[in-house]
Ligand binder design. Structure first.
Ligand code: ZN
Length: 137
């Protein structure tokens, strides 16, 4: 095994553990053709953002907090959050709940920036929101 610097496709140099032997040059070339981990994550994020441009733009336009969590959680939860809020507003309208009442609950919920919470509570509806205290963990 050798711990070697590899200049990757993005131009960043990463040190990688590469197996010794006749295939070492091949491994170096293979890894050199890839993005470094940080650029790869950024790229995945950009692709997801573009694919969900409508949801992301609307979330930002509405002033909703940027979610935190793993990249995967953030991408999933950003779409979920929009669907959940739309569903809750629809339910509130169907139930005849005045906007100013629903808004209080929605505002409290929307302050939650934990992507994990949105994923864990994705099936919550307006009734659930009224009946259960918010678990903000
Ligand atoms: Zn890079």
């Amino acid at each position: 095994m050798a711990y070697l610097p590899v200049t990757q496709r993005c131009g960043h140099t990463t040190k990688l553990t590469i197996a010794d032997g006749p295939l070492q040059a091949h491994y170096l070339q293979y890894h050199g053709g890839k993005l470094c981990e940080s650029c790869r994550k950024q790229r995945v994020f950009e692709i997801a953002e573009k694919a969900n441009a409508d949801v992301w733009d609307r979330s930002r336009a509405l002033g909703w907090v940027e979610l935190r969590g793993t990249l995967k959680q953030i991408i999933y939860a950003t779409s979920l959050r929009m669907k959940m809020v739309e569903r809750m507003i629809q339910t509130a309208m169907d139930m005849g709940i005045p906007d100013y009442v629903a808004d209080v609950y929605l505002e409290e919920m929307l302050a939650n920036d934990a992507a994990k919470w949105w994923i864990n509570n994705r099936d919550m509806n307006m009734v659930g929101l009224f009946e259960y205290p918010l678990d903000l963990s």
